[in-house]
Design a protein around this ligand. Structure first.
Ligand code: ADP
Ligand code: MG
Length: 248
């Protein structure tokens, strides 16, 4: 299967702190890869190296076959990368539909097909996306008044508007109740399988990780300590010691 993301020997330090050290992994389309590890393990640094917010000291990131060292976040986005954030990033005063339309407009600007479409098509396309994430009935409400779980679905739709082949999700279920978490991840799984999108996500909730990830990578102090299927990672003694063991 085609790789949407390849990380080779990625290394980044801040002063004396080795935040990410010689990290290598890859991800194919249609797969969900969870990145876990205790606080300070280097997960956010790794995400920021992949999305263009940070430059590596050494190593490289390849997205859809393109080496992105030196790219800015917007250039990475243009390659077809979607992101969702731990803190929601929608425009509170705009309606759900307006938020999605804006995301779709950005996508069409990128592909320069802006003038080949009539404006109303964006509405249909937006409504279709809202239907896909299950909140079309909320389309004319302001994002600021939405329930938290619905807001997360708007964010997912915004990320999907970029027609990504790679989706980066930093704690997608942070702040949600447990049933809501599972249902958002079920939805995400079914969409990425159908659209063949590769997903890299971080997540604190181990139940979400073990239920939904195809593969898991475990970081500790910037280094890869384990990689494999949920079952292999769950049974890895080193992982149990440094991470899962602490949770009893
Ligand atoms: P995680 O997301 O797994 O909790 P981080 O990537 O945020 O881990 O942090 C990894 C290490 O790098 C930590 O020791 C953290 O203090 C350090 N670090 C992260 N970002 C910076 C920064 N901008 N400046 C200095 N140190 C940083
Ligand atoms: Mg973090």
């Amino acid at each position: 299967m085609a790789k949407v993301l390849e990380v080779h020997e990625l290394t980044k330090s801040f002063g004396g702190v080795q935040a990410v050290n010689n990290l290598s992994f890859d991800l194919a389309g249609g797969q969900l890869l969870a990145m876990i590890g205790p606080n300070g393990a280097g997960k956010s640094t790794c995400f920021n190296l992949i999305n263009g917010q940070l430059r590596p000291d050494f190593g490289k990131v390849v997205i859809m076959g393109k080496k992105i060292n030196g790219y800015f976040p917007r250039q990475v986005w243009k390659l077809g990368v979607g992101r969702t954030f731990q803190i929601t990033s929608t425009f509170a005063s705009m309606t759900v539909l307006e938020n999605i339309k804006m995301a779709i407009l950005s996508y069409h600007r990128k592909t320069k097909s802006l003038f080949s479409r009539v404006r109303n098509l964006y509405r249909d396309e937006s409504m279709e996306l809202l239907k896909l994430v299950g909140i079309e009935d909320q389309h004319d409400r302001a994002c600021g008044v939405l329930a938290y779980g619905d807001l997360k679905r708007v964010e997912l739709a915004v990320a999907l508007a970029n027609k990504p082949q790679l989706l980066l999700m930093d704690e997608p279920t942070a702040g949600m109740g447990s049933a809501e978490r599972q249902s958002l991840m079920e939805l995400t799984t079914s969409i990425v399988r159908t659209q063949n999108i590769g997903v890299l996500f971080t997540e604190h909730d181990m139940e979400v990780v073990f239920t939904h990830a195809d593969r898991i990578i475990v970081l500790n102090r910037g280094e890869l300590v384990a990689e494999g299927t949920p079952e292999a990672v769950r049974n890895n003694p080193q992982v149990q010691e440094i991470y899962l063991g602490k949770r009893g």
